[in-house]
Design a protein around this ligand. Structure first.
Ligand code: ZN
Length: 392
């Protein structure tokens, strides 16, 4: 250790960094490149080279950087740079300006999850001053809020142009408790095509909305069955859920509707294959509904497409990441949550992950989002202990 440099990341540095990060409007629909360029420059100032994993159009990028010996294995500090929109939210302050009030820091993304990114970056000078035996990686992604899509190309480079981390610390807001499991969401879009007729002569048409209703009926039957089990009492609710989330159909009040589409989702418990639900709905469509529809209108269609899938997450026991995180966080037990994170994707990519980050998920995505300053302090303490561990 270089005695002239303190190894404690400071709260002041984290706050300053958070103010800079919040000032970039990185709503998922927008570019995150100005923020990425800022982080690159900050890392470069501290002698740390970083690599972008950009989108093909160059409008967004993930950033990966390594501090410490070599590159193989190591600890990855992972977070997403994008935030949810502020549109239609009536904020008391400018959401892209960090404001302190009563021990809380207000601003879009303070909690989800630029607070964690700021703590990770504030750690960099102290990491540089240490004699690390295990390298640290910074792994910042984009487009997490729109289906965890942005982190996938970066994970795809693990074992190719990027090293596979030995452990990934995903700092989604958990009040610095240790989350070792989450459900895995799948979203589907179902499109139906019927045949038009005058609504007074429905027997000449095929009503796409009516057939959509029958598919939804099958989804509701599945929902009831899933409530019976399998159950996992660690989750709220303890069963795999399904939900119809969107629907649109028809063209006019006097026409038998030709088009109808609806969206539905499943949030699967770890160990449950959500695609069994898709196969069951497809079977119902092909064996029951389509033959009826096509008797009159051979052009009838039902298309069921999975739009997005994030794996359910259950921490890898062999990696030792759970006991290590519990010890560093000063916790006795782990928690399971129903929302999803990038942890399931890291784990699929061969990098054992855990979720532990500052801030309360209750403040994520809300109007007047904030993070308590004490949460940042707890996080800096945690990261400092993680760095001690990596040096020992
Ligand atoms: Zn988040």
């Amino acid at each position: 250790m270089n005695p002239s440099v303190s190894t404690a990341p400071t709260l002041g540095a984290a706050r300053e960094l958070l103010a800079r990060l919040v000032a970039f409007d990185t709503t998922s629909a927008k570019t995150n490149i100005p923020l990425i360029a800022f982080v690159e420059a900050y890392l470069a100032e501290h002698g740390v080279a970083s690599r972008r994993v950009p989108t093909p159009d160059g409008l967004k990028a993930s950033l990966f950087a390594t501090i410490g010996p070599g590159e193989a294995g190591g600890i990855a500090l992972s977070g997403h740079t994008d935030v949810v929109p502020v549109a239609s939210q009536n904020w008391d302050t400018d959401p892209f300006q960090l404001i302190e009030r009563d021990g809380k820091l207000y601003g879009r993304g303070t909690c989800d999850m630029k607070g964690y990114l700021a703590c990770c970056l504030a750690l960099v000078p102290s990491l540089k001053a240490r004699r690390l035996k295990v390298p640290f990686h910074i792994a910042f992604s984009y487009d997490e809020e729109v289906g965890c899509t942005g982190v996938r190309p970066m994970i795809g480079e693990f074992g190719k142009s990027l090293p596979v981390p030995r452990m990934v610390f995903v700092g989604e807001p958990s009040n610095m408790t240790v989350v070792d499991a989450h459900k895995g969401p799948v979203r589907w879009r179902v499109e139906l095509t019927g045949r038009a007729a005058h609504s007074s002569m429905p027997h000449y048409g095929v009503n796409a909305i009516a057939y959509a209703a029958r598919l939804i009926g099958e989804i509701l039957r599945m929902e009831e069955e899933l409530k019976a089990g399998p159950l996992n009492a660690r989750f709220d609710p303890p069963w795999t859920t399904t939900q119809v989330t969107q629907i649109e159909g028809g063209t006019a009040s006097n026409i038998v509707p030709v088009p109808c589409w609806f969206g539905w989702e499943c949030r699967a418990l770890p160990g449950f294959d959500p695609f069994t639900l898709q196969r069951r709905l497809e079977k119902f469509a092909t064996e029951k509904l389509l033959p009826e529809m096509r008797k009159l209108a051979p052009e009838s269609e039902i298309k069921i497409r999975a739009m997005n899938h994030v794996s359910a997450f259950a921490a890898d026991n062999k990696s030792g990441i759970v006991p290590l995180t519990l010890k560093l966080a000063g916790q006795n037990e782990t928690l399971a949550v129903s929302y999803c994170t990038e942890a399931g994707l890291f784990q699929d990519g061969g990098a054992p992950a855990i979720i532990c980050g500052p801030g309360d998920i209750a403040q994520a995505h809300t109007v007047n989002e904030f993070i308590r300053i004490e949460e940042l302090e707890k996080c800096l303490g945690f990261l400092g202990r993680l760095a001690d561990w990596a040096e020992a």
